[in-house]
Design a protein around this ligand. Sequence first.
Ligand code: FAD
Length: 396
Amino acid sequence: MTDNDQLSGLRTEIRDWLAHNLPADWRDRQGGDNTAGFLAMQREWFTKLVEGGYATPHWPKEWPGGGRSLAEQIVMFEELARGGAPRMSLFFVSLYHAAMTLIECGTDAQRARHLPAILKGEVWCQGFSEPGAGSDLAALRTRAERRGDRYIVSGQKIWSTLGHFADQCLLLVRTDSSGAKQAGITFLLMDMKSKGIDVRPIRQITGDEEFAEIFLDEVEIPVENLVGQENEGWKVAQVTLSSERGLTLVELTERMALSLWRLVDAATQGTGDTGMLDRSVARSLVDISARIEAMRAMLATLMANRMAGREAVGDASILKLAYSRLSRDFTALGLRLQSFAAMRDTRYVLGAGYETGNWMFDFLNSYQYNIAGGSNEIQRNIVSERVLQMPREKLG
Ligand SMILES: Cc1cc2nc3c(=O)[nH]c(=O)nc-3n(C[C@H](O)[C@H](O)[C@H](O)COP(=O)(O)OP(=O)(O)OC[C@H]3O[C@@H](n4cnc5c(N)ncnc54)[C@H](O)[C@@H]3O)c2cc1C
């Protein structure tokens, strides 16, 4: 995909805006295990993005900043990443998963209540996965029973990103077990302050607490919080799951490219002269650099095909597989170059994406891409069955 004049103009506009608005000290303020600093910095940056019109390019044009094409959205993600701006970690589920679900499937009352609140900083989480329902999401068992004008919900959710900071939750529940698994699922909006909710953060191998478990004990949810029809929540969930349209990979690849140059600088002590490096190190840097460029090119093709409505089956799966491998190899190289210093270093910047300043953190964190967005094994199943036309897997 190449830029036209309008897209080039947008790039210039964002660079100018960043030059005036990006807080130079955001890494310090958001850093370490300083959760309060992370939340405050995220809120401050989010407010600036909303005011600048860069938080909601994917919303309809009636909304401030809305009505941008996918090409413009890609440019925004690229430029914010290249400019070294913080990721919108705290608000991503709100702006994409929640807002797009409400815009496409919600009632007028739900949109009127939540979309303005999201712009003011309402934080959402997604309560889909359960201990026995991840790859096979339709196996979910959290029960909801309708009693008058309420649903009474009991069960357990897990891996809800930022669930411990959330004000609201996109919740999938089972309202009927009699037919096909997908048929008895209902989509509800749950206020996280409701009685009967117990949220427990999950500490990961990185030391960070990015996810939460959510235990639900007879939680009352008003029927007006039903999205779509009862027992037809599976269709609504597909809208939620497709809401970010690959923009995360575009953003992360740009952040990786930026971080590569930091790595080269560190390895060459700021000279940029790779000739002074050990040959195997120089070769590894060049190899990773070529793979990042290949990833950029493949993403550009995927996005162009997506915009033209001619995305081939399996393309997104192939890219996701390549990205997860690249992320692991890239961070492993950073770790290798930093050697023991990386192992002693316990600092990191929450929500930074390859700019944490801590290669050990980034390396451990890179394993999430084997699972997030559909595990690698599931992607391989898609490629083998739908692209290579191999026999379908036999379960049980
Ligand atoms: C970064 C990140 C953010 C997330 N955020 C959220 C969130 O906000 N809300 C939420 O609800 N969930 C979230 N999740 C959870 C995510 O959706 C699940 O982890 C994912 O669906 C996998 O489910 P599981 O963990 O139960 O693993 P399982 O499905 O139990 O899989 C375990 C292993 O078995 C393999 N496997 C499973 N089925 C097959 C098969 N048919 N063929 C071959 N291999 C198979 C898998 O590949 C995996 O290696 C997040 C996960 C990550 C990593």
